[in-house]
Design a protein around this ligand. Sequence first.
Ligand code: SAM
Ligand code: CA
Length: 246
Amino acid sequence: MATNGEETQNQAGRHQEVGHKSLLQSDALYQYILETSVYPREPEPMKELREITANHPWNIMTTSADEGQFLNMLLKLINAKNTMEIGVYTGYSLLATALALPDDGKILAMDINRENYELGLPVIQKAGVAHKIDFREGPALPVLDQLIQDGKHGTFDFIFVDADKDNYLNYHKRLIELVKVGGLIGYDNTLWNGSVVAPPDAPLRKYVRYYRDFVLELNKALPADPRIEICMLPVGDGVTLCRRIS
Ligand code: SAM
Ligand code: CA
């Protein structure tokens, strides 16, 4: 039988496998959430997609299982029907969304990389929810501009933003028009690996350091925006929910 120390190490190892650094007190506590709340109720297709994604070299990008469970619950709570996702990767958060929406629900999903989306697509199809997804390959910004030009103001119940952090404020300018009053925008990774509170000389990985300034800028801009109410949650890598109020 493993000692407590060994157990903690194993848990930390498993945790690292899925590429998430816990924002909690300990990795063991994060593992407890996964094993107690998330894995026992994770829909089979999400489990399958999570396992496929774990073998992909960029798996650090995936939405964590606890955040997937949170998004799924949130979408049901707000009765979301018309949604958008910017940044799909292999589709874990997309599948969490698709499973939460009613049969005639819609997700406009955008990513510059179709190949990774296609890795998860067979699982999404098997789950019977692919008809809800309108996938667009390419940068999201021009699609948003087109939606505004087409007069789609105030038509989205929920928008999940999980792509290029250096564009989040550009997205926000447009999304605030596209989300309905009372609807939600979720900005992902707003705690950016905990680096938002790292001292200036902290040894950060290059991409973490590069995007950190953009995340900090967003985290300053959102509370100053009178058109939204906000709530920053320490789920996954931090997600800031913005509810449009005007
Ligand atoms: N939500 C995904 C999930 O649950 O696995 C993770 C998304 S991953 C963190 C970020 C994604 O954003 C990548 O797949 C990347 O190709 C995409 N991306 C980067 N720049 C983009 C852009 N300008 N427009 C749309 N997607 C972009
Ligand atoms: Ca993310």
